[in-house]
Design a protein around this ligand. Structure first.
Ligand code: GRF
Length: 210
């Protein structure tokens, strides 16, 4: 956990919708358990509910619609410009529904983190709660990982396991996984921002997260 003397790292939180993980990060900052300064909550969708939540709490917000750009690379370049202009060092993806290209990742190399609602490397991509149920795995969960150029392939920082119950639906499983997402994302991000982690190949060591 961070102490109050620790320097706050400027971050952006990127969303596309509800933003409940963004809420958990902002609340951890306010509680003093995440040593970050949220420079902006940015959405690629103007209607994202999380934007209003953030604005009501005095967190700067921005909208950058991918529809205003001719290509992924142009959007990603504009996104990197926007975040660099705000002094952002680390980027937390929180339900941000865009795959980022090297045009963005090259500018924030090793400094982009995501949360995914499955135990990677199983079930990357979309609709993963239903896929886990349909496959018949007995446990799923969530994964906080660094973002690389693949889809959900970056080095794993933290995971939490959630059992799959006989009567689970995608929605009931998603709700129980989300509780764990809200627990481990602030912890994992704090471990990275505070410099407690070290890399050994793909392994991210030293987080202290169970
Ligand atoms: C979460 O399940 C997250 O793991 C996934 O997208 C969902 C976003 O939910 N990447 P929210 O917008 O944070 O509520």
């Amino acid at each position: 956990m961070s102490d109050s003397t620790q320097a706050k790292v400027p971050i952006a939180v990127l969303i596309s919708g509800r933003g409940s993980n963004m809420v958990s990060l902002v609340e951890a900052v306010k509680a003093g358990s995440l040593a970050a300064d949220v420079r902006v909550v940015l959405s690629n969708k103007p209607t994202a509910a999380g934007l209003e939540w953030a604005a009501e709490r005095g967190v700067p917000t921005a909208i950058l619609s991918h529809k205003d750009f001719a290509s992924r690379e142009e959007f990603d370049t504009a996104l990197a410009n926007e975040l660099e202009g705000r002094g952002v060092r680390y980027v937390a993806l929180a339900g941000f529904m865009r795959v980022l290209t090297p045009a963005f990742l090259g500018r924030f190399s090793g400094r982009v983190i995501n949360i995914h609602p499955a135990l990677l490397p199983s079930f990357p991509g979309m609709n993963v709660q239903q896929k886990a149920i349909d496959y018949g795995v007995r446990h799923s969960g969530c994964t906080v990982h660094f973002v690389d150029e693949g889809v959900d392939t970056g080095a794993i920082i933290a995971q939490a396991v959630v059992p799959i119950l006989d009567d689970d639906t995608a929605d009931s499983l998603a709700a129980r996984i989300l509780e764990q997402e809200h627990r481990i994302y602030p912890l994992a991000l704090d471990a990275v921002l505070s410099g407690r982690v070290r890399m050994e190949g793909r392994r991210v060591l030293g987080t202290g997260i169970e």
